[in-house]
Design a protein around this ligand. Sequence first.
Ligand SMILES: [Zn+2]
Length: 114
Amino acid sequence: MHELAVAQSIIQTVSSHLENKNIRKVSRIYVTLGVLSGVEKGALLESFSLMPKQTLFHTTKLNIKECELVVYCDSCKRQSTIKNGFRLQCASCGKRTSRIIKGTEMTIDRITYE
Ligand SMILES: [Zn+2]
């Protein structure tokens, strides 16, 4: 499962970020998941819970915020949020567009620790 690799990379990223800091445990990791990131929320949560955890991550909670797809239309210079499905289409004029502003990324936004 692809999400296992993602969960592992989250742990690695956070570990290296907190290296050399005097931390007892990581409480929460806040992640934003774009609808087109290719990562499924439920699967990622499950994968995260399956990770063999070092002491630091023993009780860590993963908070996942999902981010909708936002596209930009060159014709009417507007951004639209795609609510239904993944059709890359402007909500104002109906033209198709391939300019994606948001929704394909997976980012670690915040980490809380003790
Ligand atoms: Zn438009």
